[in-house]
Design a protein around this ligand. Structure first.
Ligand SMILES: CCCCCC/C=C\CC(=O)SCCNC(=O)CCNC(=O)[C@H](O)C(C)(C)COP(=O)(O)OP(=O)(O)OC[C@H]1O[C@@H](n2cnc3c(N)ncnc32)[C@H](O)[C@@H]1OP(=O)(O)O
Length: 289
């Protein structure tokens, strides 16, 4: 049995009823937050999590907190898989909401970066099967979060990669490590020193994404096929194998937590970097990049 909630009015009063829904009854249960929409298909027990924060799904503190909390809920519900995508075809996410970086308040920067790291770690470390359906541009933070998933499919004619160097910023070392895991050290070195954004085709050739699809609908059904392909794999063995293959990266990232946060706060909080960020924002607004 699944539990569902139904709200109705009786004699002018709003009452909430807990409904018991038989498992065989196919329906969708939604429990979206403000910026992240979630629907779980009761038949496949697969969740689709859609970023939904106009205009570019910028990763601000609220989006990160909501994302992390929804993923925890899906872990508790023991869904068979989670598909991560955008509600807006054309942009998975514009990465970090640059407004979050426009401050020299060290406490604020520390809070943001701690949350950013924790959200990434939650996704990287979840025992759930995760598939990114990259249905639009995915620069910087967008690319990073997709590398945390177990599988990536991407629609044609968009860009993905770590463009921080082009902005005059330096991507975190663990982002570089994660990309190197997928495309090899040499290609990652070239990509990050150039701040390179790859086309869908280039990303596929390098192994940054696993498959190319024509549109979101095809991406979602491909993701479901990937999730189904694990149906006969013993769950515990898969989860432990995932943990083992990711343990080394995880240990290093956790060991380096203090250094990484300190470096972020000093780097972003310096007047020099603030000027660079301000100039980039102006370029972005006047579309001169
Ligand atoms: C020690 C560790 C240090 C770590 C440092 C980590 C630093 C950075 C990591 C990041 O993630 S930085 C963000 C990097 N992201 C980008 O550079 C993406 C920039 N955006 C774009 O390329 C494009 O906007 C887009 C995502 C491809 C979408 O293009 P589109 O033409 O559809 O939309 P725009 O007109 O360009 O944008 C609409 C609107 O959104 C504003 N905007 C875009 N991206 C951001 C963003 N990341 N943060 C805040 N605001 C953003 C853009 O300025 C437009 O605003 P208005 O002009 O409409 O007000």
């Amino acid at each position: 049995m699944f539990k569902g909630i139904c709200r109705e009015t009786h004699n002018g009063n709003m009452v909430t009823k807990i409904l018991k829904i038989p498992k065989f009854f196919t329906c969708i249960r939604n429990f979206s937050s403000e910026n992240v929409l979630v629907e779980v298909n009761n038949k496949t027990n697969t969740a689709i999590l859609r970023l939904s924060r106009p205009p570019v799904n910028g990763l601000n503190l609220e989006v990160l907190n909501e994302f992390e909390s929804l993923l925890s809920q899906l872990e508790q519900q023991k869904v068979n898989g989670v598909i991560i995508t955008s509600n807006k075809e054309g942009i998975l996410t514009g990465g970090i909401d640059i407004a979050e970086l426009q401050t020299i308040d060290q406490r604020r920067l520390k809070k943001y970066w701690t949350t950013f790291r924790d959200t990434f770690l939650k996704l990287y470390n979840t025992p759930l099967l995760t598939v990114a359906v990259i249905n639009g541009h995915s620069p910087a933070g967008g690319c990073l979060f997709s590398t945390a998933c177990d599988y990536r499919v991407m629609t044609r004619n968009y860009n993905i990669g770590g463009n921080e160097t082009q902005l005059g910023l330096v991507a975190p070392i663990w982002f570089m490590d994660r990309v190197a895991d997928l495309i090899g050290h040499r290609q990652a070195e070239l990509a990050f020193t150039q701040g390179k954004l790859f086309s869908t085709d280039e990303a596929h050739k390098l192994g940054l994404i696993d498959e190319i699809v024509e549109n979101t609908a095809e991406g979602l059904s491909k993701a479901q096929i990937i999730i189904n392909s694990f149906a006969n794999v013993p769950k515990k063995a898969r989860e432990i194998s995932k943990r083992f293959t990711r343990q080394q990266f995880l240990d290093k990232m956790i060991r380096d937590t203090d250094d990484d946060i300190r470096h972020f706060v000093n780097h972003i909080g310096s007047n020099e970097t603030q000027k660079i960020i301000e100039q980039y924002m102006q370029k972005l607004k006047s579309k001169r990049f």
